[in-house]
Design a protein around this ligand. Structure first.
Ligand code: NAD
Ligand code: IPM
Ligand code: MN
Length: 353
């Protein structure tokens, strides 16, 4: 029996609503396999936990989580209770950095049964490789003047190692796909980090002569992504650019609520973390209408990560069968609830066993 130990963190908002279903989906998939079992241990780390304990997770939180093979996270953030930079740096970014999850892989493709933002006869299928450990998300800077001449400085940090790592991953991934990598830059306006980013892209690219390479400024790239998503295969981007591009790529598929993501620890020293692209969606919380597909597709990425690609593909096929049957949440034009979509997916998996 192959056992995978999961640390489950529902987090906040719709994360709490979706996670019970997503873990049931995983259990159903494991039963389909027969020789696979997910052990889940639930952790209450969230903004409510913060209100009670004064911290997003205990001091030994990372040690506890490191006892597991992976972290399965819903979403973090309840800005009415806790300022976002405190909750997100205390939990999500703390785990990403503490577990050296240096890459964030986010898939977007046209799904059967979901109307994309722009109609693409041949569909589209792209992956964003987002640098996940540094860049614009930096703690370097500060408030250096106050009063009338108030000045705040926020630095970005780009290391050769992390930049090169993201690019090599993107090129290697492209080899297994359509052989095309686009680099997101802004070297026309940002004078240090982005020319460096371009230089590393050019240098690393020399090791991949068969890969078609393109560099596009983030502003134009964002527009292309909406109007011509089929032109992309793999996109490599800095932390902030990758963040923005992947809300866009999810919306291009039809909804922010369906984008999946994997925070990968590539050196194998710590668990990886799987969490959807979307956040805690405070505007729809409590209504039972959150789309569970982002979280379920994220579970699919986790299955791939653990070498269960056949099961992973079966799961996404079932998700598309369900959307094609019109069982969908309102964000993608349906009238079903989170529970109805999830239960339909679970029951179709169970019918296969
Ligand atoms: P958000 O992704 O939560 O919501 C943006 C829009 O998308 C909202 O209109 C929301 O209703 C919709 N949406 C999101 N998920 C959905 C789903 N599953 N089904 C249907 N619609 C969905 O982004 P936001 O409003 O900027 O952020 C809300 C909170 O979440 C903030 O605290 C933010 O910091 C946090 N956040 C957390 C993560 C994470 O934990 N990975 C990611 C993004 C934002
Ligand atoms: C994401 C989120 C986070 C990020 C926020 C909530 C800090 O938007 O995972 O996409 O920017 O990384
Ligand atoms: Mn984001």
């Amino acid at each position: 029996m192959k056992q995978i130990k999961l640390a489950v963190i529902p987090g906040d908002g719709v994360g709490v609503e979706i996670m019970p279903y997503a873990t049931k989906v995983l259990d159903a998939v494991a039963d389909l396999h027969g020789g696979l079992k997910f052990e889940h241990e639930w952790y209450p780390y969230s903004c409510e936990y913060y209100l009670e304990h004064g911290e997003m997770m205990p001091k030994d939180g990372l040690d506890q989580l490191s006892q597991h093979d992976a972290v399965f996270l819903g979403a973090v953030g309840n800005p009415k209770l806790v300022a976002d930079h405190i909750s997100l740096w205390g939990l999500l970014i703390n785990i990403r950095r503490g577990f050296k999850q240096t890459l964030n892989i986010r898939h977007a493709k046209q799904l059967r049964g979901i109307q994309p933002m722009v109609t693409n006869p041949g569909g589209f299928d792209l992956i964003v490789v987002r640098e996940n450990s540094e860049g614009e998300y930096s703690e370097v800077g500060g408030r250096i003047h106050s009063g009338e001449d108030e000045v705040v400085v926020q630095n970005a940090v780009f290391t050769r190692k992390a930049t090169e790592r993201a690019m090599r991953y993107a090129f290697d991934l492209a080899k297994t796909r359509k052989g095309h990598v686009t680099s997101a830059t802004k070297s026309n306006g940002i004078v240090f980090s982005m020319p460096f980013w371009d230089e590393v892209f050019e240098q690393v690219g020399q090791d991949y002569p068969d890969i078609e390479k393109r560099t596009a400024h983030i502003d134009a790239l964002s527009a292309f992504l909406v109007s011509k998503p089929a032109e992309f295969d793999v996109i490599v981007a800095s932390n902030l650019f990758g963040d923005i591009l992947t809300d866009i790529s999810a919306a291009v598929m039809g909804s922010i609520g369906i984008g999946p993501a994997a925070n990968l620890n590539v050196d194998g020293t710590h668990p990886s973390m799987f969490e959807p692209v979307h956040g805690s969606a405070p505007d729809i919380v409590g209504r039972g209408i959150a789309n569970p597909i982002g979280q379920i597709w994220t579970a699919k990425m986790m299955l791939d990560h653990f070498g269960e690609s056949e099961l992973a593909d079966q799961l996404l096929t079932i998700v598309e069968d369900v959307t094609e049957a019109g069982i969908k949440t309102p964000d993608v034009g349906g009238r079903s609830t989170t529970g109805e979509v999830s239960e339909e997916i679970i029951s179709r998996i169970q019918q296969l066993t």
